[in-house]
Design a protein around this ligand. Sequence first.
Ligand code: ACO
Length: 322
Amino acid sequence: MKRAYIKNIAYYVPEKILDNKYFESILDTNNEWIVTRTGIETRRMAREDETIFEMGLNAVKNLQNKGVDLSDIDTIIVPTVTKDYIFPSMAGQIQKALGLKHCFALDFSAACSGYVYALNTITALIESGQSKNVLMLCSEKLTKDINWKDRGTAILFGDAATASLITGREDGRGVLAMDMQSEPDLTIVLNGGSACPIRAEDCDGADFKIYMEGGETFKRAVTEFSNSIDRVLAKAGKSLSDVKFFVPHQANLRIIQAVAKRIGLPMEKVSVTLNKFGNSSSTSIGLALNDALEKNKIKDGDLVLFTGFGGGFTWGSTLMIW
Ligand code: ACO
């Protein structure tokens, strides 16, 4: 049986680093609160004129710089919450930039669960034979959607892009099981769609920036992370003790620690990059995976667990034999 696996991954982050001192200068907050309550020390911020497409293409170029040939890509999936255009799709723009003719390109958003939702969707496309070589591109410019006066959200988010090459293999390694769930909820909202369209005069207004009830989101994230992990393990006939490495969405270190404790994994077996990059939505899991691979923390044959939670609400997991 053909199983999907992540053959290679690369990332791009903008040059500008925002540290917690910066937020001390614009908000009633301090480094100690931010570090102890979130684990975040720095995050990246794109240039004003830097587009989501440009960041995404930089991640793709970094993948090519690793020697990856993208000429036989037949599918491009872009699960991002931030956008340059409503349409054309970002996936289509990347297809054009790569000069790929026989390819299907699709954008969707599942907020911070984007990486896992896309990985699971791509797994189904590969297992069904619809797709063979898939480029999954995540690119987020969340700093353009931040309410800089809201200390509960402004400190959390950063900009980044990741490019993952996903293909099939038949030696038993790859994706073993998937889980995805969602629920309509307005605890985290980013307006600007037809329900609350942006007019020129209120482009900078708080109604059109990320709104989040942090405490509720926190509690729900811990609960649904755990529920999703239980379901994906049950589907694969595995138990918590089989998991060798955990790559979670990077929203808050306390969420990650609580879930790691429940799984019984020491933090050395959990990838954490939010200290450097904050929460960069769909790119977070890719950044964390890339970091773990660069540090040789994941060995061939390890059972690796990916879990995401995001606005929507959305949540899900992927269990993969590396
Ligand atoms: N500096 C200082 N104080 C702050 C700050 C800050 N930056 N932010 C909030 N506070 C204050 C609050 O005003 C509150 O003060 P009060 O008691 O006087 O009212 C107090 O700290 C406690 O506020 P809480 O919101 O309860 O703080 P909490 O410990 O929950 O941390 C946080 C807030 C960091 C937002 C946390 O709730 C969190 O990480 N939530 C989850 C985020 C998440 O999982 N997101 C995933 C999806 S995101 C997406 O999909 C786009």
